[in-house]
Design a protein around this ligand. Structure first.
Ligand code: BGC
Length: 267
């Protein structure tokens, strides 16, 4: 039996990058998948949906800005209408608006905190409400529901030039842990994935030239950049009953980036 058979997963920001890989992998494991995108051109989201449907999976696209309460509530309502309920939320939508501290605008700060942190709160709140409304379905999962927060190595590694992003991910860490503590008695599991440098559109400049890649690899003991599928495999595991006793933790999938590689020879 597939590990997520018959379950429904909302994956925010899944028209590209890590979210897209998670959506495809969860569908391959039997989940009905909601491919969320923030607005604008639905082309990429439609591609993800088409790929899933072509491989025999079930997917729908849903436009919603995760930082907008009404949009998030509408996305959950549409999902329940189409698939009956929600079993898994992957709080994946996130972005960077990089700037030196002294040049950072309030707009850059607000956009990153709104999408990366407030968006995770809004989606998690709706997911928990839906899990509670639906009640336990033992034939589908041992848990009432699963929430996976896409964090980053930058929930623990400070990042000059990216204070808004690092602050948002530091916030996600304690949002995740506090939700996990509050929801565990209800049998809702909440965990994070902390990706390192994964080759996606968010960080192209860090890996798409030989010079950039060489410099990036000095930060990765395992000697390669990550691929979206590395994260998708971890997300499936965290969503499945294989990780039934795991809640309130961050699983770093980073090739050792959080191991202070500078200290391999120094210190
Ligand atoms: C960021 C990437 C960065 C990686 C490692 C991620 O959270 O979005 O831009 O390459 O962390 O620093």
């Amino acid at each position: 039996m597939k590990r997520l058979e018959g379950q429904t997963a909302i994956i925010t920001g899944s028209s590209s990058g890590i979210g897209k890989a998670v959506a495809i992998e969860m569908a391959a494991e039997g989940a009905n998948v909601v491919v969320n995108y923030p607005g604008g051109d639905p082309g990429l989201a439609n591609d993800t949906m088409a790929k899933i449907n072509a491989e025999g999976g079930k997917a729908m696209c849903c436009k919603a800005d995760v930082s907008n309460e009404a949009d998030v509530q509408a996305m959950f309502a549409e999902t329940v209408k189409n698939f009956g309920t929600v079993d898994i939320l992957v709080n994946n939508a996130g972005l960077q608006k990089d700037s030196r501290l002294v040049d950072m605008t309030v707009a850059q700060w607000d956009l990153v905190l709104n999408v990366n942190l407030k968006g995770q709160f809004l989606c998690a709140r709706e997911a928990a409400k839906e899990f509670i409304r639906r009640g336990m379905v033992p034939s589908r999962s041992k848990a009432l529901g699963k929430i996976i927060c896409m964090s980053s190595v930058h929930e623990v590694i400070p990042w000059a030039g990216h204070v808004n992003y690092a602050a948002s991910k530091g916030g996600v860490m304690l949002l995740m842990k506090s939700m996990a503590q509050e929801l565990a008695p209800l049998k809702i599991r909440v965990n994070s994935i902390g990706p390192g440098a994964i080759e996606t559109p968010i960080n192209t400049s860090a890996w798409d030239t030989p010079e950039a890649l060489k410099s990036l690899l000095t930060l990765i003991p395992y000697g390669r950049a990550g691929k979206p599928i590395d994260i998708a495999k971890a997300a499936v595991w965290l969503a499945s009953d294989e990780s039934d006793y795991v809640t309130g933790t961050t699983l770093f999938v980073d090739g050792g980036m959080t191991l202070y590689p500078g200290f391999a020879t120094g210190g």
